[in-house]
Design a protein around this ligand. Sequence first.
Ligand SMILES: Nc1ncnc2c1ncn2[C@@H]1O[C@H](COP(=O)(O)OP(=O)(O)OP(=O)(O)O)[C@@H](O)[C@H]1O
Length: 406
Amino acid sequence: MGHCHGSRHAYCPTTPLIIPNLPTFYYEYLYAIWGERIDELMNGIIFENVCKSYGETAVVKDLNMAIQEGERLILLGPSGCGKTTTLRMVAGLENITAGTLKMGGQVVNTVEPGARNIAMVFQNYALYPHMTIWENITFGLFIQKIPIEEIKARTKQALEILNLSGYEQRKPNELSGGQKQRVALCRSLVKQAPYFLLDEPLSNLDAQLRLQARTELVKIHNLYRPTFIYVTHDQVEAMTVGQRIAIMNQGALQQLDTPDVIYQRPANTFVASFIGSPPMNLLQGAFRDGALWIAGSRVNPPTKWHTLLAEHQELWIGIRPEQCCLSDTPMLHGQIEFVEHLGSQRCIHLRLHQNGQRLLCMLPADQPIPTGTVGVSFSWQHVNGFDGHVGKNIGLPNRISHNYAC
Ligand SMILES: Nc1ncnc2c1ncn2[C@@H]1O[C@H](COP(=O)(O)OP(=O)(O)OP(=O)(O)O)[C@@H](O)[C@H]1O
């Protein structure tokens, strides 16, 4: 277990804390997650109680978040939730109102942007119109006085990865939007900075190009594994590019975890209804006399759940649409109101009989769909329960499959 060499180690289980000024539980929490790899984490980015306000308005609230060195982290959330502000604080483009931001083990609250060793890609490509593509990409490297052979080698490699070889002598106005976006990525890539910050870099691309660019982003990351923070409000992008996703709402971090865990075990009702298309069904639940009532129907949950359910009594029961099926021995009954055709699947909109709540079921397109009233079942292993008052996941023991690719 122990690895107490060097001075930047944050926590060693056999000795007291080495770095002062942080609560003990914080290191214990980090160590529990990262174990021996805590070294890498300390070289990453750590937010400690970070707040940002504009006048009286708090836009980032008490953010605690540790990003591992070399990790691809996505900041995801609805418009205005504070993603860009968070990213800009890392870049040094916004002051931090309160709290501490650390990069590479150093507090950087007052460090100038130019001294933070970051590469940043913005939504608008910000290319110099009078320069060629090659000049746009290499300009910053010449300023850094990097040897010409090194500049040529880095640029050649980046142009190849981003399919831009042959475009070196064009001007930005001779490129399509997607190509300009790739030049902007290329220009950041050649810096080989340890921190790579991206703010909605694909938002100007059409669906086809976005798909291709997602793969390129992962390739870029794999090339030299910078610590990568990527802001988006597109959950497909988040799920496919991110190794972990931080979900924000109204300036507060809601959940920070792998895409699988976030999808299958959302931390609260906000995450449950934000992630997934269509989103998770949240049905009213109540636990009385050993039975669970879901949307007004009595059902029998696994006996081992009873203690947990009894602690909450009023609940939201979360069931993903694709985990519902039509059944001859149903748990719930409803009236089909609408059928959406989505190619390989169909989304059935039901109005439940007992309490009139709506339930969405995702079914294979080749499954015959009866008309009128239908019965629906689901398997307990995929069900989530949320406290009826505060909306927090109560941790019913359901099954999570960890099958995402790093
Ligand atoms: N300079 C500023 N002065 C006052 N309020 C600001 C300023 N910059 C941002 N805000 C507010 O802070 C909140 C967070 O903005 P931010 O740009 O971080 O959100 P976001 O999650 O990135 O949104 P989007 O996805 O729409 O870009 C918003 O309500 C915004 O109006």
